[in-house]
Design a protein around this ligand. Structure first.
Ligand SMILES: [Zn+2]
Length: 275
């Protein structure tokens, strides 16, 4: 599933290519993906609208139009690309939505699993309408503050793995980066959150920033099927220290990396390095 670095990579790619183009036509081939809007209303809303900016917040990709914002959640397998009408960078059978743009190109959305969703809202209240106002800060640019995380953590009886996956606490961390952050911080994923020391919470902030920033610089992690928008793969998979390394030796101490289900997710960790 794409996490913050992968969605940021797609946003940067699309922003370079389609800003200031106008949507001449929209066609949806899987109507259920349009959330909380009738498809005909969606078409009407986007027709002849200029795309002013493409950005992301956590795992949410956003296309800013003059008065409205299209919010795309890629879920498991969603992918955006830009190509000529007759060219498909991804499997043409998985094409779910396309926009004809004024520059002669097509902005296309593919989704093999069909879990991805699209919503459109007025700019003035899109955060409340979409539920994005419930999301926590992105762990980037030295955010969140220690005070913020401490206040959330001291009240939490959740496992620390579940806590950092909770999008209302931190926005954009999924399973891959949660595993990597806890390894870097030396924290066992099954610790109860409120037992973490101040130093450990500071390490979570520091390593979540460092790891996400490195992953963004490498255009994300390509493990399953994620590609960066132009069909290129990201490169952070070569930097992974624990994720997918079950039974391999820990890079720090040589102990075998373990895997178990924690917070419902495949969790890789070193029992010796992570306390
Ligand atoms: Zn170790």
């Amino acid at each position: 599933m794409p996490e913050l670095p992968e969605v940021r990579t797609v946003a940067v790619f699309l922003n370079k290519r389609i800003v200031n183009t106008t949507i001449l036509k929209a066609e949806c081939f899987f109507e259920k993906m349009i959330w909380r809007n009738e498809v005909k209303d969606f078409y009407k809303s986007v027709l002849n609208q200029k795309i002013l900016k493409v950005s992301n917040y956590g795992k949410y990709l956003m296309f800013e139009l003059s008065n409205q914002i299209i919010i795309s959640h890629l879920r498991m397998e969603g992918k955006w690309s830009i190509s000529k009408k007759e060219i498909d960078i991804y499997n043409a059978n998985h094409l779910r939505l396309q926009f004809e743009l004024s520059n002669g190109e097509y902005l296309k959305y593919y989704d093999s699993r069909k879990f991805g969703t699209i919503e459109i809202w007025d700019k003035k209240n899109y955060k409340q309408k979409s539920g994005m106002d419930k999301l926590g800060p992105e762990p980037l640019n030295s955010q969140p503050s220690f005070e913020y995380l401490k206040e959330k953590a001291i009240k939490s009886n959740s496992l620390i793995k579940a806590f950092i996956l909770d999008q209302s606490v931190l926005c954009g961390i999924g399973n891959i980066y949660a595993n990597e952050i806890l390894f870097a911080a030396g924290i066992n994923p099954e610790r109860i959150t409120k037992t973490l020391t101040d130093e450990e919470l500071k390490k979570i902030i520091m390593f979540s920033n460092a790891i996400l920033e490195k992953a963004i610089s490498l255009k994300g992690t390509s493990i399953h099927s994620y590609k960066s928008g132009d069909g290129e793969t990201g490169q952070f998979q070569h930097e992974l220290k624990v994720h997918l390394r079950k039974d391999e030796k820990c890079f720090v101490c040589g102990t075998k990396i373990l895997k178990k289900q924690v917070a419902g997710r495949g969790t890789y960790f070193c029992a010796k390095c992570q306390h």
